[in-house]
Design a protein around this ligand. Sequence first.
Ligand code: AMP
Ligand code: MG
Length: 412
Amino acid sequence: MKTKNKTHNDNCASTGLISVKQAIKTILDEATPVEETETIDILHALNTVLAEDIRSTIDVPGYDNSAMDGYAVNSTDCQREGCQLPVSQRIAAGHVGTKLEPGTVAQIFTGAPIPEGADAIVMQELCKVSADSVTVNTVVKTGDNVRRAGEDIATGHTVLSKGKRIRPQELGLLASIGLAKIAVKRKLKVAIFFTGDEIITPGQTLAAGQIYNSNRYTLQGLLQSMHCEIIDLGIVPDTLKATTDILKKAAANADLVITSGGVSVGEEDYVRIALEKLGELTMWRIAMKPGKPVAFGKIDKTLFMGLPGNPVSVFVTFIIFVRALIFKMQGAKDFTLQRFSVVAGFDWPEVKRQEYLRVKLVQKNDQTIAELYPHQGSGVLSSASWADGLVEVPVNQRIAKNDSIKYLPFDA
Ligand code: AMP
Ligand code: MG
């Protein structure tokens, strides 16, 4: 990436726009985690944030067990290839065998407890089975193919800490230590509404000049995947009164209000004015593309994010600003945006505002290359659907093919 002018400062004094970095800081500085917690069944805990440290009261595994289908042996009986030993018992998973008779083997299955007297498992592929004995075609070492008690989790060990966001693998981990319920932060209440005389709900027939309310579904999807309680207040006409009334209602019932449209400088844009009437506007013009007009502020204790109306801007600004804000409000410990380096598969001219381009990653000759969607307009929602993530083009920089560039995955 080529930098022409490295003197660009965080507040973009020359343009009056706030830098993305400063905007993220401003937003996160205002966010405080919810305090209330609730105890829920782990089956319903996906995407919640832990409100307690979790310690294991058991070893996992709880007993030494076989990592293979095969034969439990005493390794001293198998110190040369081709030892022939009788089979004295059979131990399936869920069953406990008896002490291994010296000079014999026990047929054993993956997950079954190792019998007393055995210290290794020989996989069945290395054994030749005859009527009542087994020839072990390998030299066995003590501990071979044995999963030790507590090798995953030891009793007393903290397996997950407060502030951890629960993913599917954490659900499994909690189950593995026998926990049925956990304390998590309560759901964040997020009120949403959509401004615009032109927007209607899918299922209705479009009249001249109307479009469907795609932002509702994008936002609902994003918020549902983040375990929020959504208060959907629907479509609001472009008048100051309607906007102020709905904003008041939204702020009274939610931790966070998110809106789409009506935050620019047009005569039909009332969201910012309504916010200033009811509460305070902290910032609203950001040096980014898409998404220059993003209003941030608060009404009493309720935070407010006014996203632009253009469908791609809604998606991008949510990923850049709102996701981290919600993570922090939910009490998550880690809410920084993930970025990693990939190789540019395209050229892009120098930018004046930080740009977020929709790209797809492809593997070519051991390199991860970002390919660009050809139409990057802020109304082209197909670009977000086609892409896997965003490439960040910093202010005053351009991208040349094969440059190392910063990539932000959509699903981080
Ligand atoms: P605005 O910020 O209100 O001027 O809207 C910018 C653009 O986004 C306009 O073309 C709007 O028609 C469009 N837009 C606004 N709200 C929505 C919505 N909910 N769904 C789809 N497009 C919208
Ligand atoms: Mg509008």
